[in-house]
Design a protein around this ligand. Structure first.
Ligand code: SF4
Ligand code: SF4
Length: 145
């Protein structure tokens, strides 16, 4: 069996060619059933699937999130989501809404503020890479035995 790796699916996909639209689509993952009905309606392929909560069964209950950097605000996903859990949010507030409503994220490799048991705000993948490479402070280094 191949090991499934969590990778940022937006890497390598075309950037938005238009100005940032007035409104952007934000998914309230609390209401998302993972039906994926919204995905084929997106003309710019910016709705990404998020692996399920159980690492042993990542394909079960894959909710979705929108890459706000690529969304063109066309509203189609919000119109066709059968569970009415996609909201068009003013561009100035979309980032904050996404942070609050995103329980699991693959774009930012983190989880939203509303995640149960003290989840963290989404962290950009590049920031995370920097964190991972940062040297360990000396007082945290294990002592030689
Ligand atoms: S259509 Fe709605 S409920 Fe279905 S995956 Fe998309 S956001 Fe979630
Ligand atoms: S508003 Fe349009 S571009 Fe943005 S996620 Fe929905 S379908 Fe895609």
């Amino acid at each position: 069996m191949f090991e499934k790796k969590l990778e940022n699916p937006s890497l390598g996909k075309p950037e938005r060619k238009t100005k940032t639209p007035k409104v952007l689509a934000v998914i309230d993952q609390k209401g998302c059933t993972g039906c994926h009905a919204c995905i084929p309606f997106c003309p710019v392929d910016c709705i990404e699937q998020v692996p399920g909560e159980d690492p042993q069964a990542p394909d079960f209950m894959r909710v979705v999130e929108v890459d706000l950097d690529r969304c063109i605000g066309c509203r189609l996903c919000a119109k066709y989501c059968p569970w009415e859990t996609i909201f068009m949010v003013d561009k100035e507030e979309a980032g904050q809404s996404a942070e609050s409503w995103t329980l699991r994220s693959v774009l930012y490799q983190g989880v939203g503020k509303n995640a149960a048991a003290g989840g963290e705000a989404p962290v950009a993948a590049e920031d995370q890479a920097v964190e991972a490479e940062a040297p360990m402070p000396e007082d945290k280094m294990p002592e030689d035995k």
